[in-house]
Design a protein around this ligand. Structure first.
Ligand SMILES: [Zn+2]
Length: 305
């Protein structure tokens, strides 16, 4: 049976031209989603780290090398977030297109203002996993806009025939993000100055954007597990400042947070910092929808303000 010609034409129009899609590999699901937002059907995007994993510590698998070997563009968080696992994978992919410095390597951290850049000498030997400043910068929605723009521009350079398409996809994302930001800002507005504690230093961009105040961390330094001495000091400070909310990333053990909560009366709030961290967090905008909603509900329930 032959398809009616109108249907056949519609199918042809919907399909991207064969072989035209740019193969993108992103190190995290956040960056992968931003690439999909601007790349649409002219890109094929795969992520390496899953959103429920600690992005500092990802187990390198041979399948990642195969993904990288086929990539035209690699988008990385940078600031040494992936230094423990990405460089050997990129090297073993033997793909010249995506080596650092090549056109197919995009360090997304170069598109945003990085917070917490150390002033003194910090080396990884000290165990601090943020030696080049805070790498969790995608947690300010405004930074998502800068990253999306950088990806759209890079894609346009790699596939000039689709430059208008990428620009219009970016404009659409920018518009939807701006609408969502109004929603989040309105929800968070009553809680400016609210004091919280977080497990890891994942949230400086998030709290900066929404005006919260982080007064301490469960980790003594980023990447260093809690010590009894540090935990006691933190408990005392949380009692003194009447902190009611302790934010924990989903991949940390809850033993110390739970004991801090028992001592202080604070609530442990498991808050995913990435796309894919929960089933309903399917894209970059959904990440903030989820986190802002959960945070506001917890603030109201605990009477933190
Ligand atoms: Zn970190």
């Amino acid at each position: 049976m032959r398809l009616p010609s109108v249907v056949a034409l519609a199918l042809l129009a919907a399909a991207p031209p064969l072989g035209a899609a740019v193969n993108v590999v992103a190190t995290t699901e956040d960056l992968a989603d931003l690439a999909r937002q601007v790349g649409g059907d002219r890109v094929k995007v795969e992520a390496i780290a899953r959103g429920y994993q600690d992005p500092h510590f990802v187990e390198a698998k041979p399948s990642f090398i195969l993904k990288l070997a086929k990539a035209d563009l690699l988008v990385a968080v940078g600031r040494e977030l992936e230094v423990g696992w990405l460089p050997p994978l990129v090297q073993q992919s033997r793909n010249a297109k995506i080596q650092p410095g090549a056109d197919g390597y995009l360090d997304a951290s170069l598109t945003v203002k990085i917070l917490e850049i150390p002033t003194g000498q910090i080396t990884r030997a000290m165990g601090d996993v943020h030696p080049l400043g805070n790498p969790h910068y995608w947690l300010d929605p405004g930074n998502g806009r800068h990253i999306a723009k950088a990806i759209a521009d890079r894609l346009a350079r790699m596939a000039p025939a689709d430059a208008v398409y990428f620009a219009s996809r970016y404009a659409d994302f920018d518009r939807r993000l701006a609408e969502a930001e109004k929603r989040w800002d309105a929800l968070m507005a009553p809680y400016k100055g609210l004091k919280v504690v977080t497990y890891h230093r994942s949230w400086p961009n998030f709290v900066g954007r929404f005006g919260l105040d982080v007064i301490g961390y469960v980790e003594p330094r980023p990447g260093i597990p809690p010590s009894p001495r540090h935990t006691l000091d933190l408990i005392a400070e949380m009692k003194r400042q009447a902190v009611k909310i302790l934010i924990v990333e989903p991949y940390f053990d809850l033993k110390t947070p739970n004991s801090i909560a028992r001592e202080t009366g604070a609530r442990v709030l498991v808050l995913p910092p990435s796309v894919g961290g929960e089933k309903d967090i399917t894209d970059f905008i959904a990440l903030f929808d989820h986190d802002v909603d959960l945070l506001v509900r917890t603030i109201r329930e605990t009477g933190a303000r």
